[in-house]
Design a protein around this ligand. Structure first.
Ligand code: GLY
Length: 556
C-alpha cells in the first residue's frame, strides 16, 4: 500500500456538487449523499458524522460547531450548536484560593468539557433544511466506523503524539493508541464502540445521545476525570438558528457567523476598515500591506476582548460593530506610515459606541468544510473539540472524545486563554452560557448567488486567515487555490506581535517592519482553509483544499 505523507491534493471542478474537507473519506461521504439526491445540508451532515470517525482530533460527537447556510432561494441561516457551560459551572471555577488560574484545569480532563452540541445541531439542520432521512445521511459514517478505514499518515502521527500526551486517559489510549502499541500509517482502523453510538443516534436521534446509555456513560466518564456535567445538562441542550452576521466588501455580500462566535463580527469589521484603503499600488505581503492588515487586526481584536460573548447572556452591540461608521471611528488614529502599539489601542468604551450614528448606514484544532450542491445551496461549516483530541476524555464504551471548549471562556477576566486571547465580562463563565468562539464559517455572494464558501481551523488565527483569503482574491485577484495556499500572518492585539507562517514575510520586508516598530515571530504553518468558489468560465464549482494539512476535495 502507498501512503501519501504530505501532498497538495488537486483542485477539483464539478457542476453538481463539491465537498472540500480534511479527509478524502469524508469528502466521498458528502458526494455519496449528493448523488443520492441530498442537498448541501444533507451532505454537510454526512460529512460531519464521517469526520467524527475519520478525524477524531477535531471531527466530533462530543464537541460543537457552527453551520452557515445560504439556500439557493436567497434565505440564510446560522445554526449555532456551540457547547454550553454545565449548570454547575461558575465564574471562578478555574481559580485557586489566591484567585490565580490553575494551569490545565480548563484544558484537559472533565472540568474542561462543555455540554456537547453537535448531535442536536446536525439534527436541527437536517429537520429544517435537509431532504433526506437521518438514516440515510448517517450510513457512510457508520460504515466507516464499523468496517474501518486505512489510517492516513497524519492521523497515525497524531495518534502517536496522543499516546504520549494522554497518559492516565486509559480509554482514550485504548481506542486511539491500542494501549500504547501505536497504529502505523495504512493500518485498517475499526471503531466498533463508535459504530454502536452512531447507530443509536441513527435510530433514536437526539434521544440516542442526550439521554439513555450514551448520556449516562458520558456523565460517568466526565465525572471520573473531575467533570460536573449532569444528565439534566445533556437533556436541556438546545441548538439555535441565528441571524447570520452580514456585511459588504467591494460589491460582495459577506455572510458569516454571529455571536457566540466573534468570527463574523471581527471579520466584517476588519473588511469595513480595509474597504477605504486602495491596494492597487500596494505590493502583496509588502511592508505596507502587512502594516495595513496588522493595524486593522489589532483594532478588531481589542474590541473582541470587551464586546463579544454569548448574546443570550450579554448585550452585544452587533449592529454597531458591523457598521461602516464603527470602522471609520475605529480607524481615526490609523496612520499609514507608522505603527500604533497595542498599548495605545484601547477597546472602544460605551461613550465611543454612543457616538456611532447608524442613520444612513445599511445595516488549534478545529476543522472546516465547505459544501455546495447542484441547486446552488451552500454550507460553510466549522466544528471543533477545541484542542486536538479535546479534553482527552473518551466516553467509556462508546468510543468518542469530549471537548475542552471551557477554555474558550475567560477563566479570569483580563488574563489570556490558551490562544493568548483576552476576555472580560462578556465572556466570563456562567452556567449554561456559550463560550466565545473564533470560528468563522463565511459565504460571499454577488447578486444573491454564492461566489465563495470559506472557513478555517486555527483558534484565534481563524478570523485573520479568512480575512486574508478574501483579501487575496478580492484585492489581489488570486485564483481560489492560490488564495488558499498563500502564506499568512496574524496580529491579535495582545500579544503585540505579528506571527507569520513559513515564507509569509521576506527578510527585507521583515527589516522594514521591524524598523517601524513591529515585533515579528515566525511560527509553523497554520489554518487549513477548505474553500469553494463559483467557476467564472464554465459556471460550475471549484473546490480548493489547503495544501498545508493535505486536505481533499471531491466533486461530481
Ligand atoms: N475552540 C476554538 C474556537 O471556537 O474558536
Amino acid at each position: 500500500m502507498t501512503i501519501v505523507v504530505q501532498a497538495a491534493h488537486p483542485t477539483v471542478y464539478g457542476e453538481n456538487g463539491v465537498v472540500v474537507a480534511h479527509d478524502l473519506e469524508a469528502c466521498n461521504a458528502g458526494i455519496e449523499i449528493l448523488k443520492a439526491g441530498g442537498n448541501a445540508v444533507d451532505a454537510a451532515v454526512a460529512v460531519s458524522y464521517a469526520m467524527a470517525v475519520t478525524h477524531p482530533q477535531a471531527g466530533n460527537l462530543g464537541g460543537g460547531g457552527f453551520m452557515l447556510i445560504q439556500m439557493a432561494d436567497g434565505s440564510k441561516f446560522a445554526i449555532d450548536y456551540r457547547e454550553m457551560a454545565p449548570g454547575n459551572a461558575h465564574r471562578d471555577m478555574y481559580l485557586d484560593d489566591s484567585s490565580q488560574v490553575i494551569p490545565g484545569l480548563s484544558t484537559r480532563g472533565g472540568l474542561a468539557v462543555g455540554v456537547p452540541g453537535t448531535v442536536a445541531g446536525l439534527q436541527l439542520a437536517l429537520d429544517k433544511f435537509g431532504l433526506l432521512s437521518r438514516k440515510k445521511v448517517m450510513k457512510p459514517a457508520i460504515r466507516l466506523a464499523k468496517k474501518g478505514f486505512h489510517i492516513p499518515y497524519d492521523l497515525a502521527y497524531s495518534f502517536g503524539w496522543l499516546n504520549r500526551a494522554a497518559e492516565g486517559y486509559d480509554e482514550t489510549r485504548r481506542i486511539f493508541c491500542r494501549n500504547g502499541e501505536i497504529y502505523m500509517p495504512g493500518e485498517l482502523f475499526k471503531q466498533p464502540d463508535l459504530a454502536k453510538t452512531l447507530r443509536l443516534i441513527q435510530k433514536k436521534g437526539n434521544a440516542g445521545f442526550y439521554s439513555g446509555p450514551v448520556a449516562e456513560a458520558l456523565v460517568k466518564s466526565s465525572a471520573a476525570k473531575g467533570g460536573t456535567i449532569t444528565l439534566e445538562d445533556l437533556s436541556n441542550y438546545e441548538p439555535h438558528i441565528r441571524e447570520p452576521a452580514k456585511g459588504t466588501y467591494r460589491g460582495f455580500d459577506v455572510l458569516s457567523m454571529p455571536p457566540p462566535s466573534s468570527g463574523g463580527i471581527a471579520l466584517i469589521s476588519m473588511l469595513n476598515m480595509l474597504e477605504p484603503m486602495n491596494f492597487d499600488s500596494v505590493g502583496w505581503h509588502s511592508a505596507q500591506h502587512i502594516q495595513m492588515m496588522a493595524e486593522v487586526e489589532k483594532r478588531a481584536y481589542a474590541d473582541r476582548s470587551v464586546w463579544l460573548g454569548d448574546p443570550d447572556f450579554f448585550e452585544v452591540p452587533q449592529e454597531k460593530l458591523l457598521s461602516k461608521a464603527y470602522a471609520t471611528l475605529r480607524m481615526m488614529d490609523y496612520d499609514s506610515l507608522s505603527i500604533t502599539p497595542s498599548d495605545s489601542v484601547y477597546p472602544l468604551n460605551d461613550s465611543d459606541l454612543a457616538e456611532i450614528d447608524l442613520t444612513g448606514y445599511e445595516s488549534e484544532e478545529t476543522t472546516h468544510y465547505s459544501v455546495v450542491d447542484k441547486w446552488g445551496n451552500a454550507v460553510s461549516l466549522t466544528t471543533t473539540l477545541n484542542w486536538s483530541f479535546g479534553s482527552y476524555v473518551t466516553v467509556e464504551g462508546y468510543g468518542f472524545l469530549l471537548n475542552n471548549e471551557m477554555d474558550d471562556f475567560s477563566s479570569k477576566p483580563g488574563e489570556p486563554n490558551s490562544f493568548g486571547l483576552i476576555g472580560n465580562e462578556a465572556n466570563a463563565i456562567e452556567p449554561k452560557k456559550r463560550m466565545l468562539s473564533s470560528m468563522t464559517p463565511t459565504i460571499l455572494t454577488k447578486d444573491g448567488k454564492v461566489v465563495l464558501v470559506v472557513g478555517a481551523p486555527g483558534g484565534s488565527t481563524i478570523i485573520t486567515t479568512v480575512l486574508q483569503v478574501i483579501n487575496n482574491m478580492v484585492d489581489y485577484g488570486m485564483p481560489l487555490q492560490d488564495a488558499v495556499n498563500a502564506p499568512r500572518f496574524h496580529h491579535q492585539w495582545r500579544p503585540d506581535l505579528i506571527n507569520y507562517g513559513p515564507r509569509a514575510i521576506s527578510p527585507d520586508t521583515a527589516e522594514l517592519l521591524r524598523n517601524m516598530g513591529y515585533e515579528l515571530v515566525p511560527r509553523s504553518a497554520y489554518g487549513e482553509v477548505n474553500a469553494i468558489s463559483r467557476d467564472q468560465i464554465f459556471g460550475g464549482w471549484i473546490g480548493a483544499p489547503d495544501y498545508r494539512l493535505s486536505s481533499h476535495a471531491a466533486a461530481y
